[in-house]
Write a new protein. Structure first.
Length: 237
């Protein structure tokens, strides 16, 4: 589903260049549920943003569902995002003046679906995340966990193959975090590939595979508690 070969990314600030990703090799198969860990500044969000076509890499090859992602303009990137990807962020990114059902329906608005139809579909997704009674409430009337469930419903409405979540439990207490992870597990069981950035061990252990970034490279890649591949070992020689 996702294949990264020797991905590099640098950021330029003034005269300085910061080499953030230094040759990432990674393959994520359809149906996997993966955690990406690593200390602050290790490049987790950068990696997720590249996978999510929200940022572009400088070097290397990225294939999303067999499509080579290279030199793509924003229109094409937006099309692929709509077709394949859903996003969940730590800060929820809900629209404060729109109610729950309108927030969930938003991706369909951008796809030109009529108001009546998109709200009907949005109600089904609200139901799926247990928020049907909250349909006409504004985000600030919801708890943190409810807001994240709402954001998850919004990420699902475009029928994505992959959901990318950047520290989705970062603003939640541990009980609520665990509930959000249960929902992600349910979503994964329905066949959707999930990549979740987290710095919390107990969150990472709710996935099937843990990838640790260190200094712009994949340090370890564990599956079911065993080392699967030392991805960059080959390149270190
Ligand atoms: P993480 O998510 O692991 O904390 P990031 O991927 O956000 O790390 O950032 C990696 C490094 O790149 C950090 O040092 C950060 O300051 C820097 N960085 C991230 N985004 C930008 C940007 N748009 N411009 C300049 N530097 C950036
Ligand atoms: Mg980050």
């Amino acid at each position: 589903m996702i294949k990264l070969n020797n991905i590099h990314k640098s950021y330029q600030t003034g005269n300085n260049s910061l080499h953030v990703l230094k040759g990432i090799n990674l393959e994520v198969n359809a149906g996997e549920m993966v955690a990406v860990m690593g200390s602050s500044g290790s490049g987790k969000s950068t990696l997720l943003n590249i996978i999510g076509l929200l940022d572009v890499h400088d070097q290397g090859d990225y294939y999303l569902d067999g499509n080579l992602i290279k030199g793509m303009n924003e229109t094409k990137a937006a099309l692929l995002r709509n077709k394949f990807l859903g996003f969940v962020f730590q800060s929820f990114n809900l629209i404060s003046f729109k109610n729950a059902v309108e927030n969930v329906a938003l991706p369909l608005y951008y796809q030109g679906v009529s108001r009546r139809k998109r709200n009907k579909i949005a109600m089904e997704y609200l139901d799926r995340v247990g928020l049907l009674p909250w349909a006409d409430h504004l985000p600030n009337e919801l708890s943190g966990g409810q807001k994240q469930r709402l954001a998850i419903a919004r990420s699902l409405i475009g029928n994505p193959k992959v959901i990318l979540a950047d520290e989705p439990t970062g603003a939640l207490d541990s009980v609520t975090s665990s509930e959000v992870m249960d929902l992600f597990q349910e979503i994964n069981q329905s066949g959707i590939t999930l990549i979740i950035v987290t710095h919390e061990n107990d969150i990472a252990h709710k996935t099937q595979r843990i990838i640790k970034l260190h200094d712009g490279l994949i340090d370890t890649d564990h599956k079911n508690g065993r080392t699967k591949i030392e991805t960059n070992a080959v390149f270190a020689i």
